[in-house]
Structures are given as C-alpha cells and as structure tokens.
Design a protein around this ligand. Sequence first.
Ligand code: PMT
Length: 408
Amino acid sequence: MSMSGKRIILGITGGIAAYKAAMLLRLLKKENCDVTAVMTKAAENFITPLTMQALSGKPVLRDMFSAVADNGIVHISAAAQTDLVVIAPATANTIAKIRAGIADNLLTSIVLATEAPIVIAPAMNRVMWENSATQDNIKTLRGRGFLISGPASGFQACGDTGAGRMSEPEDILKDIRSILSGDASAPKNPGKLSGIKAVITAGPTIEPLDPVRYLSNRSSGKMGYAIARAAADMGAQVTLISGPVSLEPPPGVSLIPAETALEMRDAVMNSIPGADVFIGTAAVADYRAKEISPVKIKKSVHGGEISLLLTENPDILSLVGHSPERPRIVAGFAAETGNLEAYALKKLTAKNADVIFGNDVSDKTIGFNSDENEITVFTGKGKPVRLPRASKKDLGNAVVSFIADMLQ
Ligand code: PMT
C-alpha cells in the first residue's frame, strides 16, 4: 500500500533511542510521507531539533505556546491535520501521562486532541518496562486502541539485557503501514505470543437427529476465526477446532474439524496438554438427541406431532477449566440475551475460567453471524472492561491482546 502524501506526526521523547527516530523519519520520507517532528524538551538532550528539521524539511514543533503559529493553538491544528501520530521513542513517563490524559507539553496535548490513530514505540530500561505501573498503562492504552509497537528484547544502553529496547525503525514502519492500510487483520503485535500454544474453538456444533437432519445454531465461526488469526499473527502456535462453517482457516493455523459437541470435546481434550491458552468461542449445543434415528424420520409414521428426547452435552469449557492439564489461561464466551453480567460472572466461577467475554446476542446486528460484535470482558477482578462495537477482526485483535497481557 502506498503511504505517499500521508501526514504523520513523529513524536520524540527523551530516551537514548531518540537517534533511531531520525532513521524512522528517513524511512517515512522515502515513502513520500509528509512528516512533522514534535520533540519534548527531554528529547533535545538526545538529538537536536536541527537534525530532525533537516531530515523532515520542516520546522520542528517544540513550543506549546507559539505566539505566531496558528493563533497559539498549534496542538489543535497539528492534531486535526494528521493521518497518524507515532511516538518513537516513547518513555515510561510519556506513556504514563498519555494514559492519565495529562497534556503538559505539545506532544501530549496533540495526543489528547487528535482523532488520528496513534502508534507508540516504548523504549526504556527493562525494569521500568516490567514495572506493573508501566504494564498497566500499556494494557489500558492497548484497550483504548493504541497500537503498541514493540518493545524488542536484547542488550540495553544501560547495560541491562531484556525487554524494553525500542523496536527497529523498519518494524515500526510495518506497523504504521498496517494501520494506514486499514487492514484490521494485519499483525498488531507481532511476536507478542511467540512460544505460546493456543487452542481455540469456533463455530457451531451440529447434533444429528437422523441421517439428514440436525439441531444447530446460527454461529458462523467469524468471531473464533478472527481470534485464531490474531493469535497466529502475534506469533502463537494455534490449533483451531471448528464446527462446520464456510470460512477458510487463517494462514499458519492447524485446523481440526469437529461436527458434534462430543467430537469437539474429544479434539479439545486431546489438544490441551501443553497448551498455554484455551479460548472457547464455539457455540456448542447444550443438548443432543438422546437417540439418533438410524433411518430418516418419516412423517407417515409419526403423524401430526413428534417428541424429541434430548440429553445434555458435556460442557467443554468447564472440562478444560477443571482439567489437571488446565492451560494457564482459560477463556470462554457468554452469549446472552439479558443479564449479561450476572450470567457471565456465574460462568466464570462454574467453569473455573479466568476470563469471560460477554456478548449480548439479543441485538441481531452483533453476535451470531454478523460482521461486528461488542464485547464486555469479565475477569471477576475490578470493573468489567468494554470493548466497543467494532468488526470481529478488530475485536479478535483486542481479545487476543487482552489475553496476552494476562499471560505476562
Ligand atoms: O460464530 P459467530 O457467528 O461469529 O458468533 C460468535 C458467537 C456469538 C458464537 C461468539 O461470540 C460466542 O458468544 N460464543 C459462545 C456462544 C455460547 O455458546 O455461549 P454460552 O453462553 O452458551 O456458553 C458459554 C461458554 O461455554 C462458551 O465459551 C461456550 O463455548 C462454552 N460451552 C458451552 C456449552 C458446552 N456444552 N460446552 C462449552 O464449552
């Protein structure tokens, strides 16, 4: 996708990785982007505004209260006239301010005032990155739709080794491109789940009544497939156990087809040893026919009425939640037509799950067989988190990011 002509604000904060911002700026200019550099005071200790001006061909914005430009409201005009904001490097301090909505310099003011997508490339010492305050801030920003690019792991300028190095400019550019191309299915946090084994169920089950008829539901598999795709994009090894749907499995995912709840249970229980994450997105039929007629049920034999005796199916999510082979994170969905919170919290406990993603399926435009969904996340700790209405592709990314944060 061509990025030519895209207006990009490149925010630079005070970290040793600021020199890499110059490289990112050059890459963006090579793509013919119109780049405006915005530097904090602290950034000027690491790289000069003159360097960024020479590379961007434009004055660097540094002053919140410029008397000449834009009637002194430069943050509002810059925020409105941009297609994307990228902050590279983003220090722990700036990340914390953004999370809190603090606007005490030009860059943080632009972030608060813009409606454009925002990419944050954290860069800090390993211990600062691992600090629960930073992790909490990152989790919140991710939930608000910020794209967190990196950080990478390795040797750090302070002599430490670990996570916290700013991503390479080429990798940040890839993330910028994925956002500008509007490709919601593009990898959002590549490598975030590398080494993680995830088992995901999707779609409906079908429960035969006779050789040609069955009981089922309206699940299309779209939600589960989007989750499988997002997990694979983030580097997880994904086993997708799917009921009958008309979707192509996402690239790099191992598909195990299952028709009935019993088949799905067997496939899941065979797959969970060694898994780190289980996500039950499938709409598993709660009941199946107690007896399946070996021949087609005939109207001429049964007359005007027929009774079906149903028996309960095993609860796969609960079996996984209570299994000695229980993955570290067990996640389920709750499809409800009312009392979402009460039912979701009940499922969380009864099925020994870590998180339940609730969707209100009384609204026909979301949930079953739609392209969009709206999710409330229940962990039983703190307030439920709302993931507002969005495409299932986007929500797949949000669900998997949420789980990735739980794993840390
Ligand atoms: O497939 P789509 O068209 O994209 O629609 C997505 C969806 C609405 C199906 C999905 O978002 C969803 O909500 N899936 C769960 C549907 C469901 O069966 O919910 P439930 O509240 O009945 O079950 C709760 C949880 O227990 C689910 O994780 C379910 O997979 C699991 N379960 C239920 C019954 C059973 N016998 N075994 C189970 O594991």
